[in-house]
Write a protein that binds this ligand. Structure first.
Ligand SMILES: *Cc1c(COP(=O)(O)O)cnc(C)c1O
Length: 456
C-alpha cells in the first residue's frame, strides 16, 4: 500500500485538460471535485490496489466536472407529446410575457408603487383584480403555486379546527404533494368521511360539528375512477356546507378559464370543470395553478368571496408565499390574452388547438429536409396527452416522426445530449418525436440535430 504515490490535489487541479472547467465552474469547485475523486482512489489503495497514474485521476475529475457543468438549467425541446410536462417546466410562455419579463428584470419596476400617487401600493393588486374579473369572483390572490394557495386557504381559515374531506380525495398530486400532509401542516385537523369509491352528502353532514371550519373538495386531476363510484355534485355539497354555516374550499388544480378543444374526447373533456363553473356551483374559494391549463408562469391563485380572500391576504403566511416581479410580469400578458379572447397567443392553447393536418405537414417537412437520412424515419400517428396532473386519461390525436436506427435508448440519449436538448418518447421499440409539443420555431433545431445523430 503506497498512499504517497497518489497525485496531489493541487497538481491534478492545475492539469491543462481541466482549464476550461476551472474557468466555467471556478477553481474552488474543481478542487472540491479533485479532493473527492482522490479520496475515492485512496480507499481503493487501502484495499490493496495500486495507485492510479495522474492521468487517470485527471480523467476521473474531468468526468465529474463535465457532468456538473451539464446539470445547469438547460433549455429543452419537448418532443414527448406531453403538453404540461412538470419535469420540463410545464407551460411555455407567450412572446409578450417574455418581453415583459426582460423589461422588468433589466431595471426597476413599480412592483409596490403607485406611479400616479407616488405612494406605496399593494403588490399584485392590479393582477388580482383582473383575475377575479376574468373568472367572475369577488376577489383573487396570486401566490407562488397552487400548493401554496391550498396551504394558505386552510391555514388562514381552518387552523386549529376541523376540515372534512372525502376518503376518495385524499390523493397525492405528484412530487409528494399529499392532501393529508398539507392539511396537517396548515394546522387544520383532517376528518375523513365516506369510502374510497363512494361518498354521499350525508357522510359529510354527519361529520359536521362546532369544531368544523369547512369542507375541502379536491379535484382528482391525475387519476379517474370508473365503475361503482359516486360523489355528490359540487353544488349539492356547497348547499350542505352553507346550510351549516361552513366554507367550501375547492382545490381545482387545472385552472381552466376557457373552452377545451373538441379534439379532447369525452369523458375527460367534460370532467375538467372551469374555475367559473366551480364558483357558480357554490364553492366559496377555488384554488388553481397558473402553469397548468391557464398556460402561464409558475403560480397559484385563490379566488372567491372578497371577505374570505381578504382574510387570506391578511394572514402572515401570505407574505411567505407571495410571488416575485418576474412572475407578475409574465402573468399580465396571459391575463390580457384571455381578456381580449386571443387564446391562440397562449402557447399551451395553440398546442392544444393545432390542427392535425398542420402537424402532419411539419413532420413531413422535417423528413424531406433530412434527405438521405430520412430512410431511418417514418411519419406516424401519435397520442399526445395534456399531463401536468390534468385531464387524466385524455389523449389528443397527434403526429410524430418515428426514428428506427439502432437502439432507441441510445438515440434518445444522443438527442438529449444535443444542444438545444431534445427529449423524445420511446414507444414500441422506436423513438418518437411528437410534433404537438414542439414549437414551430424549433423545427430547424430538430432537423439539425437529426442530421447530426443519423449521420454518425
Ligand atoms: C397540480 C395540483 C396541485 C399542485 O399545484 P402546483 O401549482 O403544482 O403547486 C394541487 N392540487 C391539485 C388538484 C392539482 O391538480
Amino acid at each position: 500500500m503506497d498512499l504517497r504515490r497518489l497525485p496531489r490535489v493541487d497538481r491534478v487541479v492545475a492539469a491543462p485538460a481541466l482549464a476550461p472547467f476551472r474557468a466555467a465552474l471556478g477553481t474552488r469547485t474543481v478542487t472540491g471535485i479533485a479532493r473527492a475523486v482522490i479520496a475515492g482512489f485512496r480507499e481503493q489503495v487501502r484495499a490493496g490496489q495500486s495507485a492510479p497514474p495522474e492521468a487517470e485521476v485527471v480523467e476521473a475529475v474531468l468526468g465529474v466536472a463535465r457532468r456538473r457543468l451539464g446539470q445547469r438549467l438547460e433549455a429543452v425541446i419537448n418532443a414527448t407529446g406531453v403538453l404540461l410536462h412538470t419535469n420540463l417546466g410545464r407551460a411555455p410562455l407567450p412572446a409578450a410575457s417574455i418581453e415583459r419579463m426582460l423589461e422588468v428584470a433589466r431595471g426597476y419596476c413599480a412592483l409596490e408603487f403607485d406611479l400616479e400617487l407616488g405612494a406605496r401600493s399593494r403588490r399584485g393588486a392590479a393582477i388580482d383584480a383582473r383575475i377575479a374579473e376574468l373568472v367572475g369572483a369577488g376577489a383573487a390572490l396570486v401566490v407562488n403555486n397552487n400548493a401554496a394557495a391550498v396551504l394558505l386557504a386552510l391555514g388562514a381559515l381552518a387552523s386549529g379546527r376541523e376540515v372534512v374531506v372525502s376518503r376518495g380525495e385524499l390523493v397525492e398530486i405528484g412530487g409528494g404533494f399529499r392532501i393529508p400532509d398539507v392539511l396537517q401542516r396548515s394546522g387544520a385537523r383532517l376528518v375523513e368521511v365516506g369510502t374510497t369509491n363512494r361518498t354521499r352528502v350525508e357522510d359529510y353532514v354527519a361529520a359536521f360539528s362546532d369544531r368544523t371550519a369547512g369542507v375541502l373538495r379536491v379535484h382528482p386531476s391525475n387519476f379517474t375512477m370508473r365503475g361503482f363510484a359516486e360523489r355528490p355534485p359540487l353544488s349539492r355539497l356547497a348547499t350542505a356546507a352553507h346550510d351549516h354555516g361552513l366554507t367550501l374550499i375547492k382545490d381545482l388544480g387545472g385552472g381552466l378559464v376557457t373552452d377545451l378543444p373538441e379534439s379532447i374526447a369525452a369523458p375527460a373533456r367534460d370532467e375538467e370543470p372551469s374555475v367559473e363553473r366551480c364558483l357558480r356551483a357554490g364553492a366559496d374559494l377555488v384554488c388553481f395553478s397558473l402553469d397548468k391549463l391557464f398556460g402561464g408562469p409558475q403560480g397559484g391563485v385563490v379566488v372567491g368571496t372578497a371577505e374570505l380572500v381578504d382574510r387570506l391576504r391578511g394572514d402572515p403566511l401570505a407574505r411567505a408565499l407571495r410571488v416575485g416581479k418576474s412572475t407578475l410580469a409574465a402573468l399580465e400578458p396571459v391575463v390580457d390574452a384571455y381578456a381580449r379572447g386571443d387564446i391562440e397567443s397562449i402557447p399551451l392553447h395553440a398546442m392544444l388547438r393545432a390542427p392535425l393536418g398542420r402537424l402532419r405537414e411539419r413532420v413531413e417537412g422535417w423528413q424531406s429536409e433530412l434527405g438521405a437520412a430520412a430512410r431511418h424515419t417514418r411519419v406516424v400517428d401519435s397520442d399526445a396527452t395534456v399531463g401536468g396532473g390534468t385531464l387524466a386519461g385524455a389523449v389528443l390525436p397527434s403526429v410524430a416522426l418515428e426514428i428506427a436506427s439502432g437502439s432507441p435508448d441510445t438515440l434518445a440519449r444522443e438527442l438529449r445530449m444535443a444542444r438545444p436538448a431534445i427529449v423524445g418518447r420511446v414507444s414500441g421499440g422506436a423513438l418518437l418525436l411528437d410534433a404537438r409539443t414542439i414549437l414551430p420555431a424549433q423545427d430547424q433545431a430538430i432537423v439539425a440535430a437529426l442530421r447530426q445523430v443519423l449521420s454518425e
